[in-house]
Design a protein. Sequence first.
Length: 241
Amino acid sequence: MFTLNHFIWLGISIIMIVGMLMLVKYRNISFDTILTIMFITCVLSEVMKTGANMIEIEGGGRVLDPGDLPLHLCSIQIFFIFALKFCIKKTETKEKLIAFMIPTMLLGGVIALFVPTVGVRFNKLQVYQFFGFHAMIVFFAIYLIREKTVKYTWKVYGRNMGYLGIMAMCVTWINSILSIGYEKVNFMYLVRPPMSGLPLLNLDNGWWVYFFTLVSIVLIVMTIFHIVMILINNKQSNEAK
């Protein structure tokens, strides 16, 4: 973390994000095409991650390491992108989903880039998948904000926090189920910190202190994001009048 390799990967990620934003702007690429690009990104990401994390089981077979299932806040966006591309047709439903995706992709993606849980080695396949995928979801979030696809209100804020709470509860159940005989699962980092040696997010004072610190950080960051977006939307509405 914050080694030379890490700074290089951060630089590559920024170039990817800015490059994609410029490409979309100046080539006037449609939303549907961008969704296709994101869907392909998700598929390639999961193929690379699966190839890098197959483990041998009793009898000689191989399965994907349970800890690498797409159930983190960032990787679960794969299902949302699939739903936007192929399943959801109602505009109102799309807007509700996008309103939730924007902050979780942006904040989750940025944090992931600064906390590379898979390392920063250039000879490790999953590092390429990790930085590439998170850079792309950050790009997608910024693109959705720039295109004003959602108008944020206090109602949207409450709904998003509700969705996040439900997701956290479901992931807690999944962590609990998969932890039986396999202790490496840590979806949404509700079991333990994503990395050792982190300030605040550590087990120095026990799990409960860690858990409430994690929840507090998420609440603060999500609240700040929504307040900023609500103020921007209100300002734009007033100017339009």
